[in-house]
Design a protein around this ligand. Structure first.
Ligand code: UDP
Length: 238
């Protein structure tokens, strides 16, 4: 990896909401293609990339659980949504020549490899982008927790959270014009101030594993590359 990059191996978490683009729901293939291009851009230069995609653009367990469904069943549906997003992401990456493998925490042999840690590590060494689907494979969790778990298991140097905002702010910058961005935060500050960056369980796992979380905007052209080089706007939690 050229020394211009700060990290050799990273896990990129993209929430389902990013993939829906401006549609308001579902998968916007134009946005998926943009995210794929940003990944290809750095993968070609040797940065090893793990990818976790959320499912909130299709189905979020908690929002359905209160009504007619029990939470666990609704959460399994949410996990299936992440598999659909993972396949969309895989298609977009392979279309532009990036080798990928999808590994699912829920066994679905016709669609994806089952999650096998040592096999995933081998894929990374061979330069393949590994897309981890179905979160941790258990209800009552989210893909943030799945991202943190896989980042720790894969020995990633950082967990990058790609959002539609270029970092963590004192308030919602889309609603409050006086909001300012933090350049850096400690894990403890994030937990104590209950900043909505990632789930508390994901933040705690990253703290215990000593893996920094970098929050940046994936929707801006070139921002993934810049963030990996330590340039531009982002927030580092360490
Ligand atoms: N989910 C789950 N366990 C996991 C990962 C996901 O139960 O390990 C379910 C949960 O219902 C969640 C949904 O899948 O609401 C979609 O994931 P998430 O909300 O994390 O997606 P994002 O907000 O990143 O789009």
């Amino acid at each position: 990896v050229p020394s211009e990059f700060r990290y050799k191996r990273v896990l990129l978490k993209v929430s389902g909401e990013v993939l829906m683009g401006d549609q308001g729901y579902g998968i916007d293939m134009k946005t998926v293609a943009q995210v794929a291009a940003a990944i290809a851009d750095v993968a070609r230069e040797g940065v090893e990339i793990c990818l976790v995609i959320g499912g909130g653009n299709i189905f979020r367990g908690l929002s359905k659980a209160a009504g007619d469904m029990d939470r666990a069943s609704a959460d399994y549906m949410g996990m299936l949504a992440t598999v659909m997003n993972a396949l969309a992401m895989q298609a977009a990456l392979e279309k532009i020549g990036v080798q990928t493998r999808v590994q699912s925490a829920l066994v679905m042999n016709a669609v994806a490899e089952p999650y096998v840690r040592r096999r995933a590590l081998r894929h990374l060494e061979k330069g393949r982008v590994v897309i981890f689907a179905a979160g941790v494979g258990a209800p009552f969790f989210t893909t943030d927790s799945g991202a943190a778990l896989r980042a720790a298991e894969m020995g990633c140097d950082a967990l990058l959270k790609g959002t539609s905002v270029d970092g963590v702010y004192t308030a919602d910058p889309k609603k409050d014009p006086t909001a300012t961005r933090y350049d850096s935060l400690s894990y403890q500050e994030v937990l104590a101030k209950d900043l909505k960056v990632m789930d508390a369980s994901a933040v705690a796992l990253m703290r215990d594993s000593g893996i920094p979380i970098v929050v940046f905007s994936i929707r801006e052209d070139g921002s993934f590359r810049r963030t990996l080089r330590g340039e531009g706007a982002f927030t580092v939690i360490s």
